[in-house]
Design a protein around this ligand. Structure first.
Ligand code: GLN
Ligand code: ZN
Length: 759
C-alpha cells in the first residue's frame, strides 16, 4: 500500500507555547521541568494530530527545543571547548550556552538553512575532535511516542550533512576526515532505535541538493554502506529544496531502503529516478509543497504518484511533503480574519497532512475514492487562477516599461561621494546602528492595544513619537554620528511592508520558526504589488525634525521582502521582485523629498535567495541586484544609499554586493571573527562598508578593546577611509541594558581609532 508520510512538523505549538516556555526558562521564571513538560505536550499533540489525520509514517525527533543541527551536535558530543562541558550527556544548560553564548563564551555561529529563513547552529570541529553518544534524544522521543501508542519514524540529521555543514577554525583540516569516528556514534543511535522497536529511520541529507565534490560523494557511498551494514532498520535518505541533479544517481545507489525526492522543486527528476531506481528501493515522493502555503493541485499530484506506482508498485511508494513542514505555518483554521476566497487558495501544515492522506487514499483505491476532493481541488485551483484580485494591468505595464536608465544612479560612486560629503558632515570611522532599537514590552504592548482597539490611533502615534524622541536623544548622548528612528512602529521588517502594500496578505497566526525562540510571520504574496500610499515617511521625517544629525530612512529591500514572504507560484520570482522594487522606488523618492539625506535599504536575505546549484547563481544574482538598483537608483547624487546584510558568508558573492552600488553597506562579521574580510584581499570593495563589530545575537556587551581589535583587522584590508563602525544587525531583540553600554563602547572604539589616525 502507498503510505502517507510526513518528514517533520512545526514544533512551535498552536499558540507558540514553545516560545513562551523557552523564554520563561531562560529568564528564570520557569523551571527546566516545566519547559520539559511544555515540550512534551507539544510533541504529543503533534503525533496524535498526524496519526488522526491519516499519516502512516509520523516523524519523531523532528522536535527540537532550539535547532535540530544543534541537537545533533549534542547527540554526538560535539561541544566546543569554550563551553567547558565535561558531563556524560549534554544537558540543557550546555545546549543553551552553545546556542546563545554566555558572558565568557561566545555562542556558536548560526546560519541560514539552505535557501530558507530558518537558521541552524553551525557545528564546530577541530582536528582533535572526538565524538561520543552524549544525548539519547532520538531514542527517548521514539519511546515517548510509543508510550502514547504511536509508532513513529525517527528523523536524524545525516552524518554527511552534519559534517559538511559544519566548520573548522583550521583551514587545513577537513571535517569530513572525522566521518568514521562520527559513524560509530550513529551506529549506536541506530542500535538504540532498533532496540526500541523502530522500523524506518529517516536520515536527512539535504546536502545532496548542493554541488558535491568527488570526496564528498565517495564519503556518501562509504557512510551508507557502513550504516546499512550495521543495522536492520529501514533507512530512508531524504533530501529536499532542489532537483538532485548530478547527485541523483548517487542517492539512488546508496544501499538504503528508501530515497526521498523533492518533486515540487525538482519535478523532472522523477522520470530519471523511476528509470534508475534499483529493484527494491522505495521512493518517497515529495509532492505537497513544504515551502509554500498554496493548496496542492491534487489532480496533478496524484498523476505523479500514479506514474510512480505504475513503475514501482504500491509497496514501494510513499507520499510525502517536499520537505519538513517546519517551514510553513500550522493551521489556517486559526485565521479568523481571512475571507473565504483567499482561504480557498491556501493550505498550511495541518491542511497539508490531509492532502497527503487523501493522495495516498487516491493512489491505493483509485481516483473514484477521492472524487469529491479532486473536484474541489480543481475548482479551487481554477478560481484562484481567474481571480481579478490577482491581476493589476497598471502594475504589469509599469514593470514591463522599466528601462536600463532606471537601474543606474546619476553619477559613479566617486562623484556621489563628494556630493554626499559636502552635504553630510561625518568624522572618520562614522558610527551608526542598523535600524531597530529594543522592542520592549511597552512597545509591544502599545502595539497590541492599538491592534485590539484599546488605544486609538492618535494615542498610538503619540506613543511612537515619544519612543522615537527618546531614541534620538539617547543616540545623540551616546555620540553616534548617523541616527535611526528605531523602527518602533514595525512588528517585523517584512510584515510591516506586507501590511501596507497591495497584493499581500498578512496572517494573524501564521508563525514560522526563524531561529531558536524567534518566529516570523511571513506575509503571503498573492497578487500584483502596488503601494497605495507612503509607508515610512512620516516616522523618518519626524525623527529628522528632532535633530541636526542625519537620520537614515529605513526600508526593507525588494529581495528580502520577497524572500521572507510566501510567494505566488504562478509567476517567476524575478517578476514579483521587480514589482516590489518599483513600489519601494517610490518610497525612496518620497523619503528624499521629505528631507532625509540617507536612506538604508536592507537586503539581509540576498544571499539566502541564491539557488542551491552554482550553475544557477548568475541568473539569480543578476535580477536580484537589478531589483535593488531599481529600488535605490532614483535619488540624486547627494542622497546616500545604505544597505545592510547579515548572516555572513558573503565572500563568494562580494562582487554582486559591490554591483548593488550602495554608497555604504553594513554587513555582519563579528560572529565569524571577521572571516568576511578575507574576501577583500582579492577583491577591492569600491564603496564604503561597515563590517559589524558587535554581535547582537548574544546579550554579551563587547568591550571597546575588542571592537578596536576587530576594526584594526578590518583596516588592514580596507581603507580606513571606507570604514564605518556599526553592530552586526538591528537591536530589536536586545534590551536597553545591554544596548546602551555596547553602543557606548562602540563609539569609544571609533574615537580611539580616530585619535590613532590623527596621531
Ligand atoms: N533594519 C533592520 C533592523 O535593524 C535590519 C534587520 C535585519 O537585517 N535582519 O532591525
Ligand atoms: Zn541584519
Amino acid at each position: 500500500m502507498v503510505k502517507a508520510t510526513n518528514l517533520g512538523y512545526p514544533r512551535i505549538g498552536p499558540r507558540r507555547e514553545l516560545k513562551t516556555a523557552l523564554e520563561g526558562c531562560w529568564s528564570g521564571r520557569l523551571a527546566a521541568a516545566e519547559l520539559g513538560a511544555a515540550a512534551q505536550a507539544i510533541r504529543g499533540a503533534n503525533w496524535r494530530l498526524q496519526a488522526e489525520l491519516g499519516i502512516d509514517h509520523v516523524p519523531c525527533n523532528d522536535f527540537s527545543l532550539y535547532d535540530q543541527v544543534l541537537d545533533t551536535a549534542a547527540m554526538v558530543g560535539a561541544v566546543p571547548e569554550r563551553f567547558a562541558w565535561d558531563g556524560d550527556s549534554v544537558g540543557l544548560e550546555t545546549l543553551f550556552a552553545m546556542a546563545r553564548g554566555t558572558q565568557d563564551a561566545p555562542p556558536m555561529e548560526m546560519t541560514k538553512w539552505f535557501d530558507t529563513n530558518y537558521h541552524y547552529i553551525v557545528p564546530e570541529f577541530e582536528p582533535a575532535q572526538r565524538f561520543r553518544l552524549a544525548s539519547r534524544k532520538p531514542i527517548d522521543e521514539f519511546e515517548e511516542a510509543k508510550a502514547l501508542g504511536i509508532e513513529t519514524r525517527p528523523v536524524l540529521v545525516g552524518p554527511l550533512s552534519f559534517l559538511l555543514l559544519g566548520k573548522s577554525r583550521d583551514d587545513a583540516f577537513a571535517p569530513i576526515s572525522l566521518l568514521d569516528e562520527l559513524l560509530a556514534v550513529y551506529e549506536q543511535v541506530l542500535a538504540g532505535l532498533a532496540e526500541a522497536g523502530a522500523a524506518w529511520v529517516q536520515i536527512d541529507e539535504p546536502i545532496l541538493a548542493l554541488d558535491l565534490d568527488a570526496d564528498a560523494r565517495a564519503a556518501f557511498a562509504h557512510a551508507y554502506a557502513r550504516l546499512a551494514g550495521a543495522t536492520k532498520l529501514r533507512l530512508l535518505v531524504t533530501s529536499y529544496f532542489e532537483d538532485l541533479g548530478d547527485n541523483l544517481a548517487l542517492a539512488l545507489s546508496l544501499p538504503v531502503a528508501g530515497v526521498h525526492l523533492d518533486l515540487v522543486r525538482g519535478p523532472d527528476q522523477l522520470d530519471r529516478a523511476l528509470d534508475a531506481a534499483p529493484a527494491d528501493l522505495t521512493l518517497s515522493l515529495g509532492v505537497v509543497d513544504g515551502r509554500n502555503v498554496w493548496r496542492t493541485d491534487l489532480g496533478r499530484a496524484l498523476g505523479v504518484v500514479e506514474r510512480a506506482v505504475e513503475k514501482l508498485g504500491r509497496e514501494r511508494v510513499l507520499v510525502a511533503p517536499s520537505c519538513s513542514l517546519l517551514h510553513v505555518p500550522l493551521d489556517f483554521d486559526a485565521e479568523t480574519g481571512l475571507d473565504d476566497e483567499l482561504k480557498g487558495w491556501l493550505a498550511f501544515a495541518k491542511q497539508k497532512l490531509s492532502e497527503l492522506a487523501v493522495l495516498a487514499k487516491g493512489a491505493n483505491e483509485g481516483r473514484a475514492a477521492m472524487a469529491g476532493a479532486l473536484a474541489e481541488s480543481d475548482a479551487a485551483i481554477e478560481r484562484r487562477r481567474a481571480s481579478p484580485r490577482i491581476h493589476s494591468p497598471a502594475v504589469k505595464q509599469r514593470a514591463a516599461a522599466v528601462t536600463d536608465d532606471m537601474l543606474r544612479r546619476q553619477s559613479p560612486f566617486a562623484q556621489r561621494r563628494q556630493a554626499q560629503r559636502a552635504r553630510i558632515d561625518l568624522p572618520a570611522f562614522p558610527t551608526t546602528t542598523i535600524g531597530s532599537f529594543p522592542q520592549t514590552a511597552e512597545v509591544r504592548e502599545a502595539r497590541a492595544q492599538y491592534r485590539r482597539g484599546e488605544r486609538d490611533s492618535a494615542s498610538y502615534q503619540a506613543f511612537l513619537e515619544a519612543e522615537i524622541a527618546k531614541a534620538v536623544r539617547l543616540q545623540e548622548e551616546i555620540g553616534l554620528d548617523v541616527l535611526v528612528h528605531g523602527e518602533f512602529e514595525r512588528n517585523d521588517m517584512v510584515q510591516y511592508f506586507g501590511e501596507k502594500l497591495d497584493g499581500f496578505l498578512v496572517t494573524k497566526a501564521g508563525w514560522v520558526q526563524s531561529y531558536g525562540s524567534r518566529y516570523v510571520k511571513p506575509p503571503i504574496i498573492y497578487g500584483d504589488i502596488a503601494r497605495p500610499s507612503q509607508m515610512t515617511v512620516k516616522w523618518s521625517r519626524y525623527a529628522q525634525s528632532l535633530t541636526e544629525r542625519p537620520i537614515k530612512g529605513m526600508l526593507t529591500g525588494p529581495v528580502t521582502i520577497m524572500q521572507w514572504s510566501f510567494v505566488r507560484d504562478d509567476q517567476p520570482r524575478a517578476e514579483t521582485c521587480k514589482q516590489i522594487a518599483l513600489a519601494l522606488r517610490d518610497e525612496v523618492l518620497d523619503l528624499e523629498a521629505a528631507g532625509l539625506r540617507i536612506v538604508q535599504i536592507d537586503e539581509p536575505a540576498l544571499r539566502e535567495g541564491l539557488p542551491l546549484h552554482r550553475a544557477d547563481w548568475d541568473g539569480y544574482l543578476k535580477w536580484a541586484v537589478e531589483c535593488f538598483r531599481l529600488a535605490s537608483s532614483g535619488v540624486r547624487d547627494e542622497t546616500q544609499i545604505h544597505s545592510h546584510m547579515c548572516y555572513s558568508e558573503f565572500n563568494d558573492i562580494i562582487s554582486s554586493i559591490a554591483a548593488m552600488d550602495a554608497d555604504v553597506i553594513s554587513i555582519e562579521a563579528s560572529r565569524s571573527q571577521m572571516e568576511l574580510l578575507e574576501s577583500f584581499t582579492d577583491f577591492e570593495y569600491p564603496n564604503e562598508i561597515g563590517p559589524g563589530v558587535y554581535d547582537i545575537h548574544s546579550p554579551r556587551v563587547p568591550p571597546d578593546d575588542e571592537i578596536v581589535r576587530l576594526l584594526t583587522r578590518a583596516s588592514e584590508v580596507l581603507d580606513a577611509d571606507q570604514l564605518w563602525v556599526n553592530p552586526d544587525c538591528g537591536l530589536k531583540t536586545r534590551g536597553w541594558a545591554e544596548v546602551k553600554p555596547s553602543l557606548v563602547n562602540m563609539v569609544a572604539a571609533a574615537r580611539r581609532l580616530r585619535a590613532l589616525r590623527v596621531a
